[in-house]
Design a protein around this ligand. Structure first.
Ligand code: G3I
Length: 383
């Protein structure tokens, strides 16, 4: 074994020993993970990493991880500790993951992520306390017999309280706006809206503040990135919501912009996004790009190198607009590598490019940095 390979494998062994993550028997939904980063990755580590470049420009770089996948993949553990300053569990802090039943909490996976982050001096975002798309079946079935206000408050107290002092920011309420639902103020007719009323939002923020007096409290939403009438209406509704919350002295510190964007979109990104971020800044809020990735289903050509260039350009153009505003303090991608992205989940027959795996993230399936990685890093430097 060459010296460099030996150092690499012992570093990996040390990582597991101190990681706080126990390897589990199941291996996730994909092929066996790569054993180590390839040699050419040397030039992207340490002071060349996303974390280092972001840090120089007042930013935190991060990514979403699936905890059981991280547990079983040493190369991924190494990659995230080298590249990022903050992680967010993709699903493990949602109601469906934490609440198997009314009287039970299951913190196994979220605890594992927090110990991993602590062992490697990484920060953690909390995602998410209230979301229409993670309501457990038992809750839907039993909701008429429950005091839902109290249940929501108790849930938030328990979850935020457990990780008090350990969280960078919580997505307290996720995706509460849907103008198509034709409610006053553009609010989505979600489970929580229907059962509690529009003030579920305020209730959630106040409960989160009670449970952790210092954590940053975020409102997070999507569909606000492009210059088109639909997204312009969504931006207006979110900003109006934030104003109402501030007028009512509801504790809120940050706006999350999910940043799921598309390569080859007919709409452009520019003034709408810039003005949106500036409005948040003027309200005294921080702004986080919370779930960035580039969906490439609209790209009509197959050549990988060509697709990668367009995806990289899409990252760069978006980030050049968003990062120009100093209120933006963090940028996280929704996943780390093309080995694991929600964009590849589910049936593919309805897609424009059925069966073609997406190359939407900064690292490829073998954890090699792609053009997107360099585009992201250049955008950090351009700030
Ligand atoms: O792990 C189970 C597996 O055991 C089971 O066999 C399988 C059968 O359906 O489900 C698996 O769980 C799935 C989980 O992802 C892990 O793959 C859930 O069904 C599926 O609903 C879940 O999807 C997640 C989705 O949120 C809903 O929670 C995606 O991974 C996650 O990327 C996505 O993330 C959302 C953000 O929270 C909010 N913004 C949009 C973003 C993308 O949709």
């Amino acid at each position: 074994m060459k010296r460099r390979e030996f150092l690499r494998s012992s570093a990996a062994a040390m990582l597991v020993a101190g990681s706080g993550l126990q390897a589990r028997a199941d291996t996730g939904r994909d092929a066996p993970p790569p054993r180590a980063l390839p040699l050419e990755a040397e030039a992207v580590r340490g002071r060349h990493s996303l974390h280092a470049h972001a840090h120089k420009h007042g930013l935190l770089a991060g990514a979403a991880v699936v905890v059981h996948v991280l547990q079983n993949d040493l190369a991924l553990q190494r990659l995230v500790t080298e590249q990022y300053g903050i992680l967010v569990p993709e699903n493990e802090l949602k109601w469906r993951a934490l609440r198997p039943s009314l009287n039970q909490f299951d913190f196994t996976e979220s605890d594992a992520l927090f110990s991993f982050a602590k062992a490697h001096h990484l920060q953690v975002r909390g995602h998410t306390l209230v979301w229409h798309n993670s309501v457990p079946d038992w809750l839907k079935n039993e909701s008429s017999q429950l005091d839902l206000r109290q249940l929501l408050i108790d849930h938030i107290h328990a979850v935020v309280g457990r990780y008090r002092g350990c969280v960078h920011s919580w997505d307290v309420v996720n995706e509460a706006i849907l103008p198509d639902d034709a409610q006053q103020d553009g609010l989505r007719r979600s489970f929580w809206f229907e059962r509690i009323g529009p003030d579920y939002i305020e209730l959630a923020f106040r409960a989160a503040r009670e449970a952790d007096p210092h954590v940053r409290l975020t409102y997070n939403d999507y569909g606000v990135e492009y210059d088109n009438p639909e997204e312009s209406a969504r931006r207006a509704s979110v900003l109006a919501l934030l104003h109402r919350l501030q007028q009512r002295k509801v504790p809120i510190d940050a706006l999350g912009i999910q940043s799921h964007i598309k390569a080859g979109s007919p709409s452009s990104i520019g003034k709408g996004l810039a003005d949106y971020i500036e409005s948040a800044r003027q309200m005294g809020l921080e702004v986080y790009l919370t779930e960035m990735d580039v969906n490439e289903d609209d790209l009509l050509f197959d050549e990988v190198s060509q697709r990668d260039l367009v995806i990289a350009r899409t990252y760069r153009d978006y980030l050049d607009v968003a990062l120009a505003n100093p209120a933006v303090k963090a940028m996280l991608t929704w996943g780390v590598s093309d080995r694991q992205t929600w964009l590849n989940d589910g049936p593919t027959h309805h897609r424009k490019q059925p069966n073609r795996p997406q190359r939407s993230l900064p690292f490829d399936r073998e954890y090699r940095p792609k053009n997107a990685f360099f585009a992201i890093r250049d955008s950090f430097d351009a700030r």
